[in-house]
Design a protein around this ligand. Structure first.
Ligand code: SF4
Length: 360
């Protein structure tokens, strides 16, 4: 067994992750950078774009999200985008260096309806532009995952957000196991998996590490793990949360890199308040991707030209599409299930005081 496969097959414990996280920062970053160099080109960073194809009006109660219909935020709701709208956005993103387009819809779960047919067309369109196509549409059945794969989807994003325990403090309308099941459905359909979390929701370091442990224990490990810093939006239950420090982000990225050596670690939301030096430290610790474009779904992100300048200053190259996997070829659509068996996604429904307070 080579050193590379050994690292991937390693079974991690919470104790081992705690030790890594608490080690001196210089040692931790050095170890993470060493792992990063063994599996990735350290001077390549993938630019991805996140496009909200259907904005707002979501029935869920995720405490961090301005798109939840029950909170009073000032986002502009939008119906599902057309093929032409998405093609224009994708071409613009590609022109600015993005090799992946992630399309997000504010849904609890995918339904077998006309809107899903439209999403399949959107996936085919972006696949035809030679960009990696990712989608984040909520919970997904095995059949829906197979249809997305046949349409040329490359990756499915479904974040765990936090540890199973802390997840219950943030969201009451859906269950953690449903998230793991959706990830499994995507994986079984042959899609690559993108799943990560959010720092700064009031969780402990242990919650963050438990989430990482769950992700690192998946076989295969996710190809992509976004690490987000909460962007606290006025009107949401988490509007008063203090921002996480750059060193917490760096530590989390470094531990993610070490326990999931082949994964692309994505420095995601929260970059708009990070200095160029802070971002450079994140790249050194193993971040291999950023989300480019002036918006991340609905929250602010650094200007695309500022990112290009940062790349130039650091001597970074944007990663080409499909650098880590083959472009999916389009297959015949298996179509919706012949008999409609309704999958019952769970709805825990416990009371989260701060969510209830914001609803009122
Ligand atoms: S995070 Fe997704 S599921 Fe949760 S409220 Fe926002 S759009 Fe809805």
């Amino acid at each position: 067994m080579t050193a590379k496969t050994e690292a991937i097959d390693q079974i991690w414990s919470l104790e081992a992750l705690r030790t890594l996280y608490a080690s001196p920062l210089m040692d931790l970053v050095f170890q993470a950078a060493t792992v990063h160099r063994a599996h990735h080109d350290p001077n390549e960073v993938q630019m991805s774009s996140l496009l909200s194809i259907k904005t707002g009006g979501c029935p869920e109660d995720c405490g961090y999200c301005p798109q939840a219909a029950r909170y009073h935020t000032d986002i502009e709701e939008n119906a599902l985008m057309t093929v032409e709208q998405v093609r224009t956005a994708a071409e613009r993103a590609k022109g600015l260096g993005s090799s992946r387009l992630c399309m997000g819809a504010a849904w609890r779960n995918v339904r077998d309806d006309a809107e899903f047919e439209q999403v399949l067309d959107l996936v085919r369109t972006v696949n035809g532009l030679d960009m990696e196509v990712c989608a984040t549409l909520g919970m997904l059945t095995p059949n829906q995952a197979e249809r997305l794969a046949a349409a040329g989807l490359y990756a499915y994003n479904h974040n765990l957000d936090s540890s199973e325990e802390y997840y219950k403090e943030v969201i009451s309308t859906r269950g953690y196991q449903d998230r793991l099941d959706t990830i499994d459905n995507a994986r079984r359909a042959g899609l690559t998996v993108c799943s990560g979390g959010i720092l700064g929701m009031g969780e402990s370091v242990d919650d963050r590490l438990k989430m990482l442990l769950t992700l690192a224990s998946l076989r295969p490990q996710p190809e992509s793990v976004p690490i987000n810093a909460l962007v606290a939006v006025e009107g949401t239950p988490l509007e008063d949360q203090q921002p996480v420090s750059i060193f917490e982000m760096v530590r989390m990225i470094a531990v993610t890199r070490i326990v999931m050596p082949k994964t692309t670690v994505r420095l995601s939301a929260g970059r708009n308040t990070m200095s160029p030096e802070g971002q450079a430290l994140c790249f050194l610790a193993g971040a291999g991707s950023i989300f480019a474009g002036d918006k991340l779904l609905t929250t602010p992100n650094p200007d695309a030209f500022a990112d290009l300048e940062l790349f130039q200053q650091l001597g970074l190259r944007p990663t080409a599409p499909y650098a880590k996997g083959e472009k999916p070829s389009l297959k015949a659509d298996p179509g919706p299930p012949e008999t409609k068996t309704k999958i019952k996604w769970s709805r825990p429904g416990h009371t989260i005081e701060r969510n209830e307070a914001k609803r009122k």
